[in-house]
Design a protein around this ligand. Sequence first.
Ligand code: HXC
Length: 285
Amino acid sequence: MTNPTVQRAFAPDLLAGQVALITGGGTGIGRGISLALARHGADIALVSRKLANMEPTAEAIRGLGRSVLALEADVRDREAIDRAVGRALEELGRIDHLINNAAGNFLAPASELSENGWRAVVDIVLNGTFNVSQAIYPVLRDGGGGSIVNITTRYVATGAPFMAHSGAAKAGVLNLTRSLAVEWGGDGIRVNAVAPGLVADTEGARRLVETIDLVEDYRLQVPLGRLATADEVADAVLFLCSPAAAYITGVELAVDGGAALGGHFKAAAEKIKAFYEESKRSRAH
Ligand code: HXC
């Protein structure tokens, strides 16, 4: 799904001549980001553990007339990442943007999480983000600058019951975003984060909804009254990669319909309104 308003808001050649490397770029939010950047002129290097997860997105990017590489590498494997970055540079000629989107997550109570389960998620999310950022840093620096966008999550701000592993790792990514923004700003490298709320139209979200229907409970806490689309998250990434964000670094941009703003009041709005109307009536008598 493409958001027509944003299609008009950004020029189609916004990122023309530039190259973006997107981890986990073949599926879910990552696919939305890859297509949004490609639609706005960027050539794309997809990095993911499985080639099969990248092929349909690579095909769609080719259909947009952009160059695309699908590179098999696990973000936990620094040597594989170095090779992938090297190939992207060699075959696409440059790299201007890195989107650290690859993630791993599952629902489990913290008291029962195995050591391996904790380590797998922290390794993918936090160590993976660090690995790819460090691997790409000299390329961005030597190319005269660029941007990194890390995908965090709304629950960094709130804690993450049953996702303590993912929440802690993503909170680490937010702090890393700020540290790297300070360290690498002098090299012309901007480092920002995008924090999505629950997204409606990805395979991961569908899986979650099929397992336990959280959507209605969640939706009631969102001031804008609905879940995000992958395209809406992608549009925020596109903005942060663009010259319109040239003076923006170290920020976390929430794309959550306002969900981080104490949504329990929104969920209780009908009851609060009834209470208010009742007290207004009794004051009037
Ligand atoms: C309990 C689990 C588990 C589950 C894995 N583990 N899945 N424990 N419940 N559902 C445990 C395993 O038992 C194992 O520990 C350890 O985690 C490592 O699992 P592996 O499968 O060996 O590891 P690996 O192949 O590296 O898999 C990584 C993974 C997996 C993250 C654990 O789930 C995965 O690849 N998922 C696909 C990517 C993904 O999850 N994307 C979602 C991102 S969306 P033991 O002790 O048995 O060895 C997102 C937003 C969600 O993050 C928003 C929700 C509101």
